[in-house]
Design a binder for this molecule. Structure first.
Ligand code: PRP
Length: 173
């Protein structure tokens, strides 16, 4: 396997600054919860939170999806839930990638039942070609082609999460 840089650290950091500024403009008042979806979003989440100037509260949630890429059952399980109520708060879910959309479609429905003041999604990466469930993503860092990517939080069998760039994992002959 070989790694080819798809999005460099500099490109990521520039885009994160832009997203942070845009989020500052879009949320003028009210409590804002930034919700990190573990594990993949961890680095994007910490960089984005610090690119936002307004006050935020940081929260963490664990999700695991079953049969990804093999079935459209859409079965998703919460492995770590939030510790607080979302009622009346602006909620911004922070993800590393939207692929089939199964995870975020499920999660959006779950969180909306908790009556937040607003619910939006920010994702570093979006692979629209792979979508099988509709998901509205308010802020997208980069739209990417249907290639297997690792780095900056994304893994292959738990490897490569700590790379600073987003890389394509390619088969070597
Ligand atoms: C990844 C990613 C999203 C989900 C996107 O998580 O972080 O949560 O898959 O895929 P989908 O749009 O097809 O549902 P993963 O289950 O690999 O866990 P991880 O974040 O811990 O790596």
């Amino acid at each position: 396997m070989a790694l080819r840089v798809l999005i460099s650290e500099e490109q990521i950091q520039q885009r994160v600054r832009e997203l942070g500024a845009q989020i500052d403009r879009d949320y003028p008042d009210g409590l804002l919860y930034l919700v990190c979806i573990l594990k993949g979003a961890c680095f994007f989440f910490t960089d984005l939170a610090r690119a936002i100037s307004r006050e935020v509260s940081i929260e963490f949630m664990g999700i695991s999806s079953y049969g990804k890429g093999k079935t459209t059952s859409g079965e998703v399980k919460v492995t770590k839930d939030l510790d607080l109520s979302l009622e009346g708060a602006h909620v911004l879910v922070v993800e590393d990638i939207v692929d089939s959309g199964v995870t975020l479609h499920y999660l959006s429905q779950l969180l909306l039942q908790r009556r937040p003041r607003s619910l939006k999604i920010v994702s570093l990466l979006d692979k629209p070609e792979r979508r099988i469930r509709p998901v509205e993503v308010a802020y997208v860092g980069f739209r990417i082609p249907d290639e297997f990517v690792v780095g900056y939080g994304l893994d292959y069998a738990e490897r490569h999460r700590n790379l600073r760039d987003v890389c394509v994992l390619e088969e070597t002959p």
